[in-house]
Design a protein around this ligand. Structure first.
Ligand code: MLT
Length: 254
């Protein structure tokens, strides 16, 4: 993978295709490879940029606490170094939280926003507490407990579960801990929706048990021009469970 130095870390990324830029941000606790199946379907239309968020994949692990804004600032720094001023940006789940933070911090850089199995809400207190418990468990016992829990929640498809598990098992404990805390502390970005004057695409499976489809519908209600694609029988991994539909929807960001 290529790497750039931003915010004191090495951020790894891959780049494919030609066209308007589209940044694709992976979710928790994964890396850019979650998008691999989508790349061939979009690279004829976009300059695709697929980073590994700090801590994940080939990017530097960071032991001090960080926030969604830090993840977003890393992406801004990457784009600066690539000479890209404006871009469409889409994120899967936690990647959507980062895309929303990027849109809040750098609204003039955004040409379109995609939320794939994501949401604008912050964590309610019980979820927040659960994140800190999971982070403590990872610090004490390692990642296996979280990997087991997430695997069955991602999707009911055994082949895709195997792929997701393999990807999760590659990630460092410090990435789990850092991202769990960053997610717990993230702010509600719902107020941002009213100011979105660029194309917005919302892609959500109606069988998603991690982030229910209602969260996607709420974004559509708040952003009347948003394009909502609800995928029947699809869980938390639309880019793998329904790759053509997901690619078609994301292509509207071009
Ligand atoms: C993800 O898939 O990125 C996470 O499940 C998101 C979350 O836990 O809120």
């Amino acid at each position: 993978m290529k790497k750039v130095n931003v915010n004191g870390i090495e951020l790894a990324y891959t780049r494919h295709g030609k066209g308007n830029p589209l940044v694709l941000l992976h979710g928790f606790p994964l890396d850019h490879q979650i998008w691999d199946e989508i790349v061939p379907l979009l690279e004829n239309r976009f300059d695709l940029i697929l980073p590994d968020l700090r801590g994940f994949g080939d990017s530097t692990t960071v032991d001090t606490p960080y926030t969604m804004d830090d993840f977003a600032s890393d992406i801004a720094g990457l784009l600066d170094q690539l000479g890209i001023q404006k871009t469409a940006i889409a994120g899967h789940s936690m990647g959507g939280y980062v895309a929303l933070a990027f849109a809040r911090l750098s609204p003039d850089r955004v040409t379109g926003l995609g939320l794939v199995a994501s949401q604008t809400l912050a964590d309610p207190p019980d979820r927040k507490e659960g994140r800190y418990k999971s982070a403590a468990e990872v610090a004490e016992k390692g990642i296996n407990g979280v990997v087991d829990t997430m695997t069955s929640k991602f999707t009911s498809d055994p082949i895709l579960q195997k792929f997701a598990r393999g990807n999760m098992e590659k990630q460092q404990p410090s990435a789990y801990i850092g991202a769990l805390k960053a997610m717990a502390e993230r702010q509600d970005t719902t107020p941002l929706l009213a100011s979105m004057n660029y194309p917005v695409v919302v892609i959500h499976g109606d069988a998603d048990v991690l982030i229910p489809v209602e969260r996607g519908r709420e974004v559509k209600s708040a952003v009347p021009h948003a394009h909502l694609v609800e995928l029947k029988g699809v869980g938390h991994l639309p880019m793998l469970e329904a790759k053509e539909e997901t690619a078609r929807a994301l292509s509207m960001l071009g």
